[in-house]
Design a protein around this ligand. Structure first.
Ligand SMILES: [Mg+2]
Length: 374
């Protein structure tokens, strides 16, 4: 189809929410950056950065949008693979190999995929492969917070199981103020609260060195932990290899890898067996799908990290899509009103993929416009 990009806009939003933290980062206000791509055929696509617990600096996004805009105007938005290469790998010398600009490129490529879906009258999920109609979700959470003790942690997990229908929940470890003994009390309390039939996932957000990660892994083997996520600095592939060989736990990582090459290196080192690829980091569905296919070749599974409305089309597109990360109101009270339609877990803990053309979700602009900052 002859279709050309005619304009791109960038909008930023910010709202207050209670502070939470993990092993490495404190998260304050909620933020969202939206890009809209217009075409000469009257079809618009949207993409965004945000919708998770993380706080990223909105002010850096717009200049990168302006930079990419000069390349994208006049281009065919359906040629996402070519555009991802031209604005990604081929810009390494100018922009650097990965970073915030890659996240902007991800939002732009997601907007192009949204256009592709609307042009073809199909969901991105279907265009990517459409292997599964429903996929099991786990609830992100279990963060550290002020005045949050073991009882509050347990209450949160029980809410996730009993009210949100979750069959899998995640907690954070790795706060340097906590340490191994305190964190293991968190893991024990979590397991005690949810019982033996709910999966317990544990995430260190890259907080550990190898000896610490090995010590945690040894202890956590006693609690039937479903996976140990981001134990180590992401590019310390050698330590991943040693850890993965030295524990019975499933090692998960990948939410901060920007390229297929990162995942290839990880797997060459046998550094993990669950890949938390994120289509808003990677950048976009083309690269994320190539990671999912690499995992499939190796007999491994993916469980994407990040904004569930954007990752659902990916995880459900492939047969090795294992779990969807789901950010609940506990992490951000506003987010439950941020998207149409509202994505909820069914009674069995699975979510169903919408089959509307494009992403399948829209942003609630009536709400977001109240929090516009740029
Ligand atoms: Mg994580």
């Amino acid at each position: 189809m002859d279709i050309k990009i005619t304009n791109i806009t960038s909008e930023s939003f910010e709202w207050e929410r209670p502070g939470i933290w993990n092993g490495m980062h404190f998260y304050g206000p909620g933020r969202m950056h939206k890009v809209t791509i217009s075409t000469d055929q009257g079809i618009e696509g949207i993409g965004w950065n945000g919708g998770t617990a993380a706080v990223r600096p909105n002010e850096f996004y717009r200049p990168y949008v302006e930079y990419y805009k000069s390349f994208l105007i006049g281009q065919n938005p359906l040629e996402t693979e070519k555009l991802t290469l031209d604005l990604g790998e081929k810009q390494n010398k100018i922009l650097g190999s990965a970073g915030l600009h890659t996240q902007v490129l991800a939002a732009l490529m997601i907007a192009c995929w949204d256009i592709k879906g609307k042009v073809k009258g199909q969901s991105i999920h279907t265009l990517l492969g459409g292997a599964q109609k429903r996929v099991r979700a786990y609830i992100a959470g279990g963060y550290y917070a002020k005045n949050k003790g073991l009882k509050e942690l347990q209450d949160e997990l029980l809410y996730n199981v009993n009210e949100l229908n979750a069959t899998a929940v995640k907690i954070k470890i790795g706060d340097p103020q906590a340490g191994l003994a305190t964190d293991m009390k968190r893991v024990a309390a979590a397991r005690a609260a949810i019982g033996d039939h709910i999966d317990l996932l544990v995430d260190a957000n890259c907080a550990f060195d190898l000896p610490t990660a090995l010590a945690y892994a040894k202890e956590m083997e006693n609690y039937d932990v479903y996976w140990f996520e981001e134990p180590l600095a992401i590019h310390d592939f050698k330590s991943h290899k040693t850890l993965n060989a030295g524990t019975r736990l499933t090692i998960a990582t990948g939410e901060n890898y920007y390229t297929l090459a990162d995942f290839e290196t990880l797997l060459e080192n046998k550094g993990a067996s669950m890949l938390n690829v994120d289509a808003t980091i990677c950048p976009g569905y083309d690269v994320a799908l190539s990671v999912a296919k690499l995992a499939l070749e190796k007999g491994l599974k993916i469980a994407p990290h990040g904004c569930q409305e954007l990752q659902l089309p990916l995880v459900a597109a492939v047969p090795n899509g294992e779990l969807l990360e789901y950010y609940p109101p506990e992490v951000d009270e506003l987010r439950k009103e941020l998207f149409y339609p509202k994505l909820k877990l069914d009674s069995d803990g699975y979510v169903t993929v919408p089959d509307t053309p494009g992403i399948g979700f829209e942003l609630n602009m009536d709400l977001l416009n109240r929090y516009r900052v740029g």
